[in-house]
Design a binder for this molecule. Structure first.
Ligand code: HPA
Length: 277
């Protein structure tokens, strides 16, 4: 057997074993908290926090504003395991490395995954401050975490992507938003590698392709989650206007600031979703 495949299997089971030893509580819900949205992890009750750097097999997080730790505990009465900060392709991690935590969550028994991120809004229908539900995505990252020597242990080779974002979870999220008086905007999300933000010509292309929002994450994790048959809910916070026909510059600081401002609304929504899940 390919030694890299064996090493990957080992990394998944070593990390899962480490986490289970630190916190034996079983959780069925996984959370991946994107840029500026990590405050949700502070709401977790009876938390057990583990820095990524101490978890065997985990890559090291390098992005400013990302805490880089795994927090397990209770949210809205449910056991959850949250990634406070994620790994990005633009940090130089391979797709396989950066999606390892999703495989570890699956190994720990997690079957529902809530994936969040900060995105640019490319249409006037998705201004900054919008909370969006991802209905579908376009992978323009130029890579795919399922590429590589095939290992049946990791799941199917050719996976169905007709319902990447679980319709039942989307409906549940809509009901939660309605109950809280929040608007949850349905969006098609385009994922690019970054770390450069898009040129106006690139934005024009993305809009023409049918995308509403653009970001630099989520898709790798969703591909792996679907390979493992996990149910996925994708939520985005629009942090900046990425409009092809207006010259508006964007910075990482701004992305973080707007995500922080939306934070309280976002936390309320995710908490209500988890309560009813
Ligand atoms: N483009 C790409 N990724 C992003 C953006 C953006 O405008 N905003 C937040 N993440």
């Amino acid at each position: 057997m390919d030694p890299t495949l064996l090493a990957y299997r080992q990394a998944i089971s070593d990390a899962a074993e480490f986490i289970r030893r630190r916190d034996p509580r079983e959780s069925s819900i996984g959370l991946i908290l994107g840029t500026g949205l990590g405050s949700l992890a502070e709401e977790i009750q009876q938390p057990v926090a583990m820095n990524y750097s101490e978890i065997p097999g985990f890559p090291a997080s390098t992005v400013k504003f990302h805490a880089g730790r795994l927090v397990s505990g209770e949210l809205a009465g449910k056991a959850v395991l949250a990634m406070q900060g994620r790994f990005h392709y633009y940090e130089g991690h391979s797709m396989r490395q950066l999606t390892l935590p999703v495989r570890v969550m699956h190994a720990l028994g997690i079957r529902s995954l809530i994936v969040t991120n900060a995105v640019g809004g490319m249409r006037s229908t998705v201004p900054p401050g919008t909370i969006a539900r991802i209905t579908d995505h376009i992978n323009l990252m130029g890579d795919n975490p399922l590429i590589g020597p095939y290992d049946p242990f990791l799941g199917e080779r050719f996976i169905d992507m007709s319902e990447p974002y679980c319709l039942r979870l989307q409906a549940l999220a809509e009901r939660a938003a309605f109950k809280l008086g929040l608007v949850l905007t349905p969006t098609v999300y385009a994922a690019v590698s970054g770390p450069s933000f898009e040129t106006r010509a690139e934005l024009r292309m993305l809009v023409t392709c049918g995308a509403d929002t653009v970001g630099m994450s989520v898709v790798p994790e969703v591909l792996v989650a679907r390979q493992l048959d996990m149910k996925v809910l994708g939520l985005s916070v629009v942090t900046d206007q990425a409009m092809p026909d207006q010259v508006i510059s964007v910075s990482h600081e701004q992305v973080n600031q707007v995500a922080n401002e939306v934070g309280p609304r976002f936390v309320k929504l995710v908490r209500e979703i988890i309560r009813t899940l």
